[in-house]
Every structure is written in structure tokens, then in C-alpha cells.
Design a binder for this molecule. Structure first.
Ligand code: PAF
Length: 290
């Protein structure tokens, strides 16, 4: 069954109102298209958790700090719609530009704290763009639950914060990162890697894994991070933009393996910027295993 495509927010609202009047719950999966197995896992989670599922597809210009990146972003609506057909998605919402940013639009949602550092430092304005469009998509869809991948861990924390702060009645569900068999996290950017770059790319998750284990085994954080940076560059990456250990609770930098924390990295492979993150294995489990 082809998925119905809706382009107007009023039409979407009328459909959702009908579902809610019938007592049905609504899940939304916000995307920028170029759907891969990671997105489809979010759709499956949404299908399992809600009566109705809306997938949104909007390439949001306000979250691109680099115009070349926006221009190069894949636009694959027809094949995206085809991928959603077998998953019985109820609506694919592909808003026209003016449905999100009408003439005179002047509001920015800006989340302090969790959006600072990491991608927030290296992509100025990015999280303002994400927070603004996600707020609009949650309000336009009226969804009860929204599904986001843990691969964009900092984005997930920004979305959680804004929903809490703005009293948006939507539960945010984080879903595990989907990886290739060689551990590379799925990303639409992977398609732009050359053959040699694709072969080098798994060094990123491997370096995180080695560093996470080393930290839990007692290696000082700074040493483990230096080793990981060296391994990533030795594998052929051009540079490591950031590599940090941050606490799960509040995203604060930490030097300790005691509280739940994760490593977050962004690195350049040629002209492609890849990000990934990995939680530290629980200290207790590692002690028992050792
Ligand atoms: O993760 C994404 O694809 C985008 O940042 C999102 C959440 C759809 C907002 O444009």
C-alpha cells in the first residue's frame, strides 16, 4: 500500500483530529529523508508503541550551518515513500517550506546547557534550527510520542529538554543506534564516502569501543582519549573535531567512569563529517568480568 503523502499542516491536523476523536494514539518519526535502516527501526518502534504513525520529511534549512552541506543533502522523496509502504505508515508528512516557515517567521527555540559544546560548538546555530523545527513538527502533528535515534545523542537531549521546558505533551523515545556489520553507525552521509573512506570508517566505532573499555579498566580518561584520537587519524581520518566523555544525566564533561557516561565523537573522513557515541560499559559489570 503506498503511503499517503500530505503537504499541508491543516490537512494533517484534520486527519490527526479524526484519529484522536476515535481514541487512537499517534507516534511521529521526524526525518530529513534519505531513509535507511536506522530510520526504519524508528518507524517500527513507533508502530509498536502507537495506533497511528506519521513520518515527517523536511530538509530543514535552519539546521545547516554550511550551505554546501544543505545543497548536497540527498532529496529522495519517491524512494523514501516506497520504503515506508511495507511498514504501513499512516501518513508521510512532507510540508511545503511555507508550512514550517511562513512569511514573517521570527521565532527561534534555543535550548541552553545540553546544546553547548560538542556539535553545538562546531555547528553554530545547528541546535537552534533543530529545536525550532522539532517544536513545530511536534505541535503540528500533535503526536503523543516522538522517536529519535541515539546516534544523534546530543540532539536527543536537546529535544528532551525543550519538550520538558515548553510543556509539550509528547513522550520522547530514544532508540538504539543501528550499525553495519562492521559497527559503522548508519547515516545518510555514509553514501557519500569513497570506497577507501568506507573501508576506513569503522575505525571510528572501534576507537570508541577500545577507549570505553580502557576507561572502565582504569586507564585515565585523557590517556584513553588521546589514544583513540591517534587511532582514528592513523586509520585515515583527516581530523578529530571532538572526542569527549560526558555524563548521561546532564551531558557535563567528566573524568570518571563511575556514573553512567558516554563517549561522543565527530571526525572528518575526507569531506565527510561522521559522528558517533558509545556508553561506557557499566563499571560493575566490567569488574565482575575482570
Ligand atoms: O535527525 C534529523 O534527521 C533531524 O535533525 C530532525 C530531527 C528530523 C530535525 O530536522
Amino acid at each position: 500500500m503506498p503511503v499517503p503523502i500530505i503537504r499541508s499542516r491543516n490537512e494533517l491536523r484534520a486527519i490527526v483530529a479524526g484519529w484522536k476523536a476515535a481514541g487512537e494514539t499517534v507516534g511521529v518519526v521526524p526525518t530529513m529523508g534519505a531513509l535507511h535502516a536506522g530510520h526504519l527501526s524508528l518507524v517500527r518502534a513507533a508502530k509498536a508503541g502507537s495506533d497511528r504513525v506519521v513520518v515527517t520529511l523536511f530538509v530543514n534549512p535552519r539546521q545547516f550551518n554550511n550551505p554546501a552541506d544543505l545543497a548536497a543533502y540527498p532529496r529522495t522523496e519517491a524512494s523514501d515513500a516506497e520504503k515506508l509502504g511495507p511498514l504501513a505508515v499512516d501518513v508521510l508528512y512532507v510540508p511545503d517550506g511555507d508550512q514550517i516557515y511562513p512569511e514573517g517567521f521570527s521565532t527561534t527555540v534555543s535550548v541552553a546547557g545540553v546544546s553547548e559544546g560538542l556539535c553545538g560548538t562546531h555547528r553554530p546555530g545547528h541546535f537552534d534550527g533543530v529545536a525550532t523545527v522539532v517544536t513545530k513538527l511536534l505541535l503540528q502533528t500533535g503526536a503523543d510520542r516522538a522517536y529519535f535515534g541515539e546516534k544523534d545523542w546530543q540532539q536527543l537531549q536537546v529535544v528532551r529538554r525543550l519538550v520538558t521546558d515548553l510543556d509539550i505533551p509528547c513522550e520522547i523515545v530514544g532508540c538504539p543506534t543501528v550499525r553495519e556489520s562492521d559497527a559503522l553507525a548508519l547515516s545518510s552521509r555514509n553514501l557519500r564516502l569513497s570506497e577507501a573512506e568506507r573501508a576506513a570508517a569503522p575505525a571510528l566505532p572501534q576507537a570508541l569501543d577500545v577507549a570505553a573499555r580502557a576507561i572502565v579498566a582504569g586507564t585515565p580518561v585523557a590517556v584513553a582519549l588521546d589514544d583513540a584520537r591517534a587511532a582514528i587519524v592513523a586509520a585515515g581520518f583527516r581530523s578529530v573535531e571532538y572526542l569527549e566523555l560526558r555524563r548521561d544525566a546532564d551531558m557535563a564533561p567528566t573524568e570518571s567512569a563511575e556514573a553512567p557516561a558516554r563517549l561522543l565523537v565527530a571526525a572528518w573522513l575526507g569531506d565527510i563529517r561522521l559522528i558517533d557515541n558509545l556508553p561506557l560499559p557499566a563499571v560493575e559489570r566490567a569488574r565482575q568480568a575482570g
